[in-house]
Design a protein around this ligand. Structure first.
Ligand code: B16
Ligand code: MG
Length: 219
């Protein structure tokens, strides 16, 4: 039986994946590095510093930065990102999310957020959702980021639910890998081809449907 549903934040609860992309794109343009939306898919769910390393790997000629310069670049991206998310309001909750979480609540199923972002609480506050989930696990609470299962495992542990009774919802390949590594049922949001590991792929959050997930869930 399903006892808990653990949600990624950026790209699942709200479209901050787009804000992350725009902030990285600005850094890439500055450095004259070719950075496409398609390549940006690889950064989803990945920590800030690892995202920067991926971005720099796209340079035509290898670029060398000191640790301090890397920190500065990551910091600048974060400031850009933070200015982009300043305007977030509850109207930015993605379609279907409120209905789906309400349905879970009605059924007594626990809910959590598992985000790789250090800005998760700011975003949750702006969306007015801080108290809508039982637990929020953000980057500050974990050592290993996605695709490591830690963020999902920690959420399950804090909820007091066995991973085999948990469903994870993600929009990133690294995130789906993390859910599967944690031993959970994985729902991916996005294009089917992008998520061979997922147990169910939905093209958008508006398709989140408890009955459909339950029908596929075996535990
Ligand atoms: P920050 P999620 C992830 O959040 C994003 O998908 C990823 O693009 C970002 O680099 C990462 O958080 C770190 O975010 O720079 O704000 O600490 O999708 O796991 O909710
Ligand atoms: Mg995400």
């Amino acid at each position: 039986t399903i006892q808990a549903v653990i949600f990624d934040l950026d790209g699942v609860i709200t479209d901050t994946a787009e804000h992350h992309y725009l902030a990285w794109k600005a850094i890439a343009d500055e450095l004259d590095i070719h950075f496409t939306r398609a390549f940006n898919e690889n950064l989803k769910g990945v920590s800030r510093m690892d995202s920067l390393k991926l971005l720099l790997s796209q340079a035509d000629t290898p670029v060398q930065f000191t640790d301090k310069e890397m920190e500065e670049l990551a910091d600048r991206k974060n400031k850009l990102y933070q200015s982009l998310i300043e305007s977030i309001t509850p109207s930015d909750i993605l379609p279907g999310v409120a209905e789906f979480t309400a349905e879970l609540q009605r059924r007594g199923i626990k809910t959590a957020i598992a985000s790789a972002s250090k800005n998760a609480f700011t975003v949750m506050n702006s969306l007015g959702l801080t108290n809508a989930f039982d637990i929020i696990v953000d980057a500050a609470k974990i050592k290993n980021t996605k695709p490591d299962p830690e963020v999902f495992s920690t959420a399950a542990e804090l909820l007091g639910v066995e991973p085999s009774h948990c469903v994870g919802v993600e929009d990133a390949a690294a995130g789906v890998q993390a859910i599967k590594a944690a031993g959970m049922f994985a729902v991916a949001i996005g294009a089917k081809e992008a998520f061979p590991q997922a147990d169910l792929v939905l093209s958008s959050t508006s398709e989140l449907d408890y009955a459909k997930i339950e029908g596929l869930f075996i535990a």
